[in-house]
Design a binder for this molecule. Structure first.
Ligand SMILES: [Zn+2]
Length: 449
């Protein structure tokens, strides 16, 4: 089990998110995710052999309910489709899951830990209860309660081993994590100083995604502080060639070579995009594409992810959406209700795309040319969604799960890179990761249609 035991205790508090992995993502991992959330952790789950968008196993739902947890709204996610980043810790139910995830995890610098290694008796196997008796479910879920409880203690730093922030272990841990970031920072600066990033990104483009821009501190990939946004925009303007999404889509359609162009996009339609992001974009003369969830505009809709972060959602009004277009930015559609297209019927998907397109046309007089998939993941019927989008006149469909756009990429499946400033000391470190991913990692190709 060499590499899959607990990391040093002082490292636990550096993790921002925990990702549970099992086989089908219908039983153990969704339950562990729910337990972790109850402990106040940011958690996700996925399966190494599953499809996207399936509900949890009914017996697991029942057993979770007996433990006071509701997993009825859970939907499965494939490991391949999950975007992971430095700051994530992967917790595998069994050794074979740890083996299955180790390459991508190593590439993104995320440690992999066995769930059972968090238990006092490290040899306990958290065997799959699927298809077994309710007693077996109960036994396994009790063990999950116990191990996730230990995990929460470690991540929240309340365990005796990590209690003292000035302990030698803590200092060494912080120094190590800082050393990793500093290395990237330095290597990124060397790369830029020699202009090597331009050569290394030849033939590719990078589409970055922002969501809310906030006056507060940055929080994950969904909230970027205005100071961090300014820092990234300054960096983009100085070191990369900015293009609009339409320009990059045209390059892809015409087979014109790409040269590391960068495209800036925003999702959802937050009011702070107008208040805080627009002035910065103007200062650096940067074009952007804004994907609008038309049902959110001018509404009090509270987004589930904001509720989870204890924030209230504030959306633009239509006059502000028009201001974006008048400032030269592109408008795109992000459905009407931010629907999960993985579980929507074909009719629902068609109606969401058509209505959002028509809303934008009616309110702004402009035809949106691009569509971004809500939640940004791929799913089995993505091909069908792309067909609907094409029939409605959209020229591109974007996901948001990390990765860059290689030459010859399918315009109906454009990968975007969500910016998470907390993962780097500065944009130089980010660019190093972009170059690394563009050189080493193949973009996960979805075969499902
Ligand atoms: Zn969204």
């Amino acid at each position: 089990m060499g590499g899959f035991v607990e990391p040093n205790p002082h490292r636990w508090r550096n993790f921002q998110r925990v990702i549970f992995v099992c086989t089908g993502n219908i039983c153990r991992s969704p339950y562990a995710e729910a337990v972790a959330r109850r402990h106040g952790l940011v958690a996700m789950s996925c399966g190494v052999a599953t499809q996207n968008g399936l509900p949890a196993d009914p017996t697991a739902i029942l057993e979770a309910e007996r433990h006071g947890l509701d997993i009825t709204t859970h939907r499965t996610t494939r490991w391949e489709d999950l975007y992971i980043q430095p700051g994530d810790v992967i917790v595998a139910a069994e050794l074979r899951h740890a083996m299955a995830v180790r390459h991508k995890a190593r590439e993104r610098q995320c440690p992999v830990v066995l769930l059972s290694s968090l238990l006092p008796k490290k040899f306990t196997v958290l065997r799959d209860p699927y298809g077994r008796s309710q007693d077996e479910y109960e036994r396994v879920f009790n063990l999950i309660d116990l191990s996730v409880g230990h995990l929460a203690q470690r991540m929240q730093g309340s365990s005796w081993r990590a209690a003292d922030p000035w302990s030698l272990g803590s200092i060494v841990g912080k120094a190590r994590s800082l050393a990793g970031q500093m290395f990237k920072e330095l290597a990124g600066r060397v790369l830029v100083a020699f202009g090597a990033h331009r050569r290394l990104l030849k033939g590719k483009a990078v589409v970055v995604a922002f969501h809310s821009i906030t006056a507060q501190k940055s929080g994950g990939a969904l909230r970027c502080s205005v100071d961090d946004f300014e820092r990234y925009c300054r960096f983009f303007a100085r070191h990369l060639k900015l293009e609009t999404l339409t320009q990059v889509v045209e390059r892809l359609e015409a087979g014109t070579p790409m040269n590391g162009e960068l495209v800036i996009t925003f999702d959802d339609g937050y009011a702070d995009n107008i208040e805080l992001a627009l002035p910065v974009l103007k200062r650096w003369s940067l074009p952007a594409t804004f994907y609008i969830t038309t049902g959110f505009i001018q509404s009090q809709t509270q987004a589930a992810w904001d509720t989870k972060a204890k924030l209230s959602s504030r959306w633009m009004d239509w006059a502000q959406v028009k201001t974006l277009a008048e400032a030269g930015h592109e408008l795109g559609s992000h459905t009407v209700t931010h629907v999960n297209l993985a579980t929507a019927t074909e009719q629902e998907a068609e109606s969401e795309l058509r209505q959002s397109r028509d809303d934008i046309i009616m309110r702004t007089g402009l035809v949106p040319k691009h569509f971004a998939v809500p939640f940004g993941r791929a799913f089995p019927s993505l091909g069908q969604t792309a067909d609907i989008a094409r029939a409605l006149g959209f020229r591109s469909v974007s996901l948001c799960r990390g990765g860059i756009v290689p030459g010859g990429a399918n315009v109906m499946r454009i990968e975007r890179w969500p910016i998470n400033p907390a993962a780097y000391l500065s944009p130089y470190g980010w660019l190093l990761d972009v170059v690394r991913v563009s050189r080493s990692a193949r973009i996960p190709v979805q075969t499902a249609t």
